[in-house]
Design a protein around this ligand. Structure first.
Ligand SMILES: Nc1nc2c(ncn2[C@@H]2O[C@H](COP(=O)(O)OP(=O)(O)OP(=O)(O)O)[C@@H](O)[C@H]2O)c(=O)[nH]1
Ligand SMILES: [Mg+2]
Length: 211
């Protein structure tokens, strides 16, 4: 998929504020500082589209970016950042849980994990919560430029093995580097395919005219 147009649409504090049109969301989440905003800029080839910061906790709102006038790429706040106040933090904040579990616009969620780290408890917990709730998701291993090809492969294998202990089927997985542009085509092509699929409600309820 070629990105011909990428523009900021809005920031929302709660899901009642997200755009009301029927364009679908492809969202990005993960621990603070994992590289969500950088990846969004890399995928859209727009350097300053999403705000990047070396200080974790930069993105606090649900940010919608409209791509090719046909879908939304969504930058979500990070989880697991200890320095935000307790009421904002929770285990996973209300804004994150509401969006991920209740927002009907959300079509697919990418969970970003740092490719350099061992599987982190909070990421596994988040993924477990997605699995239990039937949320469609994939995993992106970020900052791949910081590892050799062999180290990256081992890291992905380690994560897969951990997930396989609990789940029969593994989610789609990608490795990216926002510094080098690696993984861009794979992720964009996956999104393209994903958007061609109809939302589940339309597939399973074709004759709901009385509703
Ligand atoms: N080397 C390298 N650094 C990266 C990459 N992606 C992000 N970074 C750096 O990691 C830091 C955090 O990046 P962000 O994109 O702001 O991370 P975020 O997940 O949006 O963070 P929050 O909004 O705070 O949750 C910045 O210093 C980035 O420059 C990458 O692919 N390679
Ligand atoms: Mg961010």
């Amino acid at each position: 998929m070629q990105i011909t147009k990428a523009e900021f649409k809005c920031s929302s504090e709660k899901i009642s504020q997200v755009p009301k049109d029927d364009l679908r969301d492809i969202a990005f989440i993960g621990r603070s500082n994992v590289g969500k905003s950088s990846l969004i800029n890399m995928l859209t080839s727009r350097k300053g589209l999403a705000k990047v910061s070396a200080t974790p906790g930069k993105t606090r709102l649900i940010n919608h970016f409209c791509l090719n006038n046909s879908w939304y790429l969504v930058d979500l706040p990070g989880y697991g950042y200890a320095r935000v106040s307790k009421s904002q933090r929770g285990e996973f904040s209300k804004i994150i849980l509401d969006y991920v579990l209740k927002c009907k616009k959300m079509h697919f969620l990418f969970v970003l994990v740092d490719s350099r780290l061992e599987p982190q408890a909070i990421d596994l917990k988040f993924i477990e919560m997605l699995g239990m709730n039937g949320v469609p998701f994939g995993i992106i291993f970020t900052k791949a430029d910081k590892l050799s090809a062999a180290q990256l492969r081992r890291s992905v294998e380690r994560f897969s093995k951990t997930l396989a202990e609990q789940w029969e089927e593994l989610p789609p997985m990608f490795a990216t580097s926002s510094e080098k542009g690696a993984g861009k085509e794979e992720v964009l092509n996956f999104i393209d395919e994903c958007l061609k699929q109809k939302p589940e409600a339309e597939e399973s309820e074709p004759n709901n005219a009385e509703n």
